[in-house]
Design a protein around this ligand. Sequence first.
Ligand code: ADP
Ligand code: MG
Length: 346
Amino acid sequence: MFSDFIVNHISSSIVITNADLKILYANQTAEHFFRLSVRRLKELEFRQLFRYITLDMNRVEKAIKQNQSFTDAEVSVVTVDDQHSKIEACVNPIYHQGETYVLFELRAIDQIQRISQESFVQSQLHASRDLIRGLAHEIKNPLGGIRGAAQILDRLVDDEDSKECTQMIMEQSDRLRNLVDRLLGPNKLPQRTITNIHRVLEQVRQLMEMEAETSIQVYRDYDPSIPDFEMDAEQLHQVFLNIARNAMQAMQGQGKISLITRIASGHVIHGQHYKLVAVVKIIDTGPGIPDDIRDTLFYPMVTSKAEGSGLGLSIAQTLIQQHQGRIDCESWPGHTEFTVYLPIEK
Ligand SMILES: Nc1ncnc2c1ncn2[C@@H]1O[C@H](COP(=O)(O)OP(=O)(O)O)[C@@H](O)[C@H]1O
Ligand SMILES: [Mg+2]
């Protein structure tokens, strides 16, 4: 039938279910996407297609009840065969001959869209960083004045109570200045020397093994073909350690951390084309990034920890950008993967 022909040549996965989300139909693209035959798909419920999905299922139920379509432009999914991808999902309830059906249209977010989203996130991050920088400088100047004045006052007064007050002003000013300095982030330009990336990673691994509880395993899988290249080894050490420490803290004493390196050719970072790129992955088997901070993960002061500063990843990102590189994060329960791309050769 001609309509079958059309539906099977659409590049989106089409899945039609009944009101209870039991699958009644799937097109060929869906078969490819889920790596399951139509026959197998029809035995399942929509939810059973995924090990993990960020689509709000309450919203789906509401949409069905109210007979209203909606689209979520960025849904993270992990299919049952452990493949992770980002998709756009359109949910269309259909009322037909007294029955309610739901037509799901799932489209893989392609590379171009991903890059444009990435540059949007980048510009947002830049804007927020500029704001913080500006604000931090505005705070620092008067703060210096306040501290200086308190110091003079401290010399002028000699009763206990007044001294306590001037000391308090100085202490609190110092505390605030400390915070502002940390918000401003690293202010040293990279000191580049030709170094082996695995030497840096091995130092990090040794530190981790010393810090880690015994039930955390650290695996490594290095690509020896990565040539030595110019880097600030101390800064990269800090980046990898920040990421690895987060991983260890997230796993709460149990799990596996993998350090993986690869070499990639023909990679684009921030619009620049590089012939050779070193790829470093730090993967843990912890609970994953909490949903509510996923989008602002690299912003300063974003933390889910009671005692956290929320500066680790923000500093890591600044340092990697100073190396003209990029950090990515993909995460779902049981798997968190930070990827650092470092250009080697233009
Ligand atoms: N591997 C990870 N697994 C789960 N959550 C993580 C991981 N790495 C980072 N996070 C989340 O990102 C937040 C920000 O990390 P970071 O910038 O290093 O600040 P901090 O560690 O001080 O909280 C953490 O509080 C945590 O919620
Ligand atoms: Mg941290």
